[in-house]
Design a protein around this ligand. Structure first.
Ligand code: PAF
Length: 275
C-alpha cells in the first residue's frame, strides 16, 4: 500500500489506478471500516482510503483533541484488506486557508436529529468529503449506514452538485451482542460496554413493533426514551423517520428507519435500523 501525504502524490498514483473506489475515514479503524474496504474492492480495480481527523466536523467541547489516532495499526489493517493507496494529509494540505470555503447542506437535512444536536457537524462533513472527492476523483465512494444521516446528506450533495461519483452504502457491522461498531466505543468503560447494547435492543423492539403494524410512533419513541433514562442514559432522540429525508413519516410512507442517539457516561452512541 502506498501512503500519500500530498494531493499531487495521490493524483499521480490515481492516474493509472483504473476504476477506483474510495473510502474516506478518520482512522481508528474497526471491522466496520474493513468491511467497507472489502465491499469497495468488489466494485473496482483499486481502492483508495483516506485517514484525516477533520476538525471542521467537531463542535465546541467535542472530542477532536482526544479522538483516537492509531495510524500504524490502521495502515496494517488497510494493507491486509487490499487497499492500494492511502491518502493521509495533514491540516495544511486539506485546509491551507482555514475558514475560507464551506459546503452548506440542505437546511431541512441538517435541522433534524444529529444536525440539531451537533450544529455545524454536517457542514464540516460535506466540506471535507467534497474536497476529498475532488482530490481522489473516484468512480465510487462508500459510506456506512451506521452514520445514516451523514449518508443521506452526502448522497444529496452528490446529486445536487452533480458530482461524477456513485455512492454506495455499507451495512452496519455489529458486535455479537448487537452493539454497532464505532471508533467511539473505545471510550466506554468495561461496565458501560456491558450496558451499551440496550440501544440496539430498543431499536429492534421499535422495528418489530412498527413492522407488525403499530402506528403510534410517538408512543414507541417516548417509551424508548424513558427506558434509556431509567437505565441511566441521557438520550438525545429516538425517532422513526422516512429513509429518504429523515422527516417524520406520513401515514402512507413505508420506507422507514428508526434512529437513536444517547449518551452513556461520557460516550455518545448513535445507531439506527431500517424498518
Ligand atoms: O464517517 C466518517 O468517518 C467521517 O465523517 C468522514 C466521512 C470520513 C468525513 O470526515
Amino acid at each position: 500500500m502506498q501512503i500519500h501525504r500530498t494531493i499531487e502524490s495521490l493524483r499521480s498514483a490515481r492516474a493509472g489506478a483504473g476504476r477506483t473506489a474510495f473510502v474516506p475515514t478518520m482512522g481508528n479503524l474497526h471491522d466496520g471500516h474493513i468491511a467497507l474496504m472489502r465491499q469497495a474492492a468488489g466494485h473496482a480495480d483499486s481502492v483508495v482510503a483516506s485517514i484525516f481527523v477533520n476538525r471542521l466536523q467537531f463542535g465546541q467541547g467535542e472530542d477532536f483533541e482526544h479522538y483516537p489516532r492509531t495510524f500504524a495499526a490502521d495502515c496494517e489493517r488497510l494493507a491486509a484488506a487490499g487497499v492500494a493507496h492511502l491518502f493521509a494529509p495533514d491540516e495544511a494540505v486539506m485546509y491551507p486557508q482555514p475558514q475560507s470555503y464551506h459546503v452548506d447542506p440542505a437546511p431541512t437535512h441538517v435541522s433534524v436529529l444529529e444536525g440539531e444536536c451537533r450544529p455545524g457537524h454536517f457542514r464540516g462533513v460535506a466540506t471535507v468529503v467534497l474536497k476529498l472527492l475532488n482530490i481522489v476523483q473516484p468512480e465510487l465512494a462508500l459510506f456506512g449506514k451506521k452514520d445514516y444521516q451523514q449518508l443521506m446528506v452526502l448522497r444529496n450533495m452528490v446529486r445536487e452538485l452533480a458530482l461524477p461519483v456513485e455512492v454506495l452504502a455499507g451495512e452496519t457491522v455489529r458486535a455479537g451482542d448487537g452493539l454497532a461498531l464505532s471508533s467511539r466505543n473505545g471510550y466506554l468503560s468495561a461496565e458501560e460496554r456491558v450496558r451499551a447494547p440496550l440501544l440496539y435492543r430498543l431499536l429492534c423492539h421499535i422495528r418489530s413493533a412498527v413492522a407488525s403494524g403499530e402506528r403510534d410512533l410517538a408512543k414507541l419513541e417516548a417509551e424508548a426514551m424513558a427506558q434509556l433514562e431509567g437505565a441511566g442514559w441521557q438520550p438525545d432522540y429516538v425517532a422513526v423517520r422516512r429513509r429518504a429525508d429523515l422527516q417524520p413519516p406520513a401515514d402512507e410512507d413505508d420506507a422507514l428507519v428508526v434512529l437513536a442517539a444517547a449518551r452513556l457516561g461520557r460516550t455518545r452512541l448513535i445507531d439506527n435500523l431500517e424498518i
